[in-house]
Design a protein around this ligand. Structure first.
Ligand code: 13P
Ligand code: SF4
Length: 316
């Protein structure tokens, strides 16, 4: 069995040899983030996938992230370290049921979160991430009828922020939906000076008590710019790695899920399927590889490109 240092060395050599780039989401294990060329939120990962000149992309994240990279860069080979790294939110929106919902509301513009399959994106007018969802909804006329899927928590949050009444798909992320007001209030009692930072995939009742609501990159940025030195972090705890690297003097407390009896943090089991060893294996074996049917890709790329265009126009 190879030592960790040897694996890291092999990954570096294979990246050079294959002109490969390793992109990692903030929810990845720290050691996976540390071998990545870029670490970012779901918007940044899509932007990098669209513009990289590498021949090979290893997307350390979940399946829809690898699929989005392949949709944007079909000429590149895209690998993910573990093909079983799915997403409960994407799973909560099967394409056939979503298609029936869209067909039942033909006068609605369809906005889908990036946490969806290519088949759902192909039914969509504009894709969003948690970084740009408000901005993209705001870019549409006030009276435009909108379907928002699949995350009911993010959709409800955007409805409250914008005063809209978008029709929401009833999906959620099993990680963020497990956080509770009760557990956060318990933590706040123990750490009264801590600010609460929450991801908009959390339930609305919890978002109301947060000091800052935002995407992973926004949570990281808020903590880095803040004068406060203690934070309760209500999202997947992989983000703590970059928060601690950027803020060595500050304290970050991961929020536990509602149903745990301990202070366990709330990890995404899908994200955590990827390991350093699997990053090496997938670069070495060139597998598992993401493929997207070309007819489907041509449909799915349009709403992603629309998202990237609107985001770029607003400096994102
Ligand atoms: P962001 O990276 O856009 O904040 O999304 C978090 C998430 O749940 C990704 O699966
Ligand atoms: Fe999907 Fe939730 Fe995991 Fe993100 S944290 S990949 S939304 S299951």
């Amino acid at each position: 069995m190879l030592k960790k240092e040897e694996i890291i060395q092999n990954i570096a050599e294979l990246k050079k040899e294959k002109n490969a780039i390793v992109l990692a989401h903030y929810y990845q294990e720290s050691e996976v983030q540390d071998v990545a060329d870029f670490v970012g939120d779901s918007l940044v990962l899509a932007q990098w996938a669209a513009k990289t000149t590498a021949d090979v992309i290893v997307l350390c994240g979940v399946h829809f992230m690898g699929e989005t990279a392949k949709i944007l860069s079909p000429e590149k080979r895209v690998f993910i370290p573990d093909m079983k790294a799915g997403c409960s939110l994407a799973d909560s929106c099967p394409a056939d049921a979503f298609e029936a919902f869209v067909k039942a509301h033909p006068d609605h513009t369809v906005i889908s979160y990036v946490n969806t399959t290519a088949a759902v994106k192909a039914l969509t007018d504009i894709v969003v991430t948690s970084t740009n969802a408000k901005l993209i909804v705001d870019s549409l006329p006030k009276d435009e009828k909108i379907i928002f899927g699949p995350d009911r928590n993010l959709g409800g949050y955007i409805n409250r922020l914008t005063g809209r009444n978008m029709l929401l798909w009833d999906g959620s992320c099993h990680v963020h939906d497990r956080f509770s007001v009760k557990r956060i209030n318990e933590l706040k009692k123990i750490h009264p000076s801590a600010l609460v930072l929450a991801h908009p995939e959390c339930p609305g009742s919890l978002l109301q008590l947060a000091d800052h609501v935002g995407s992973t990159s926004s949570i990281l940025q808020f903590a880095t710019r803040s004068d406060n030195d203690k934070f309760i972090v209500v999202t997947e705890p992989g983000i703590l790695h970059q928060m601690r690297l950027a803020n060595p003097g500050k304290v970050f407390i991961p929020a536990p899920p509602a149903d745990s009896t301990t202070d366990d943090c709330n990890e995404c089991a899908f994200m955590k399927l990827n390991t350093l060893e699997k990053v090496y294996q997938c670069l070495d074996n060139e597998s598992p590889e993401i493929f997207v049917d070309e007819a489907l890709r041509v449909k799915a790329v349009k709403p992603i490109e629309r998202m990237l265009e609107i985001s770029a126009k607003h400096g994102l």
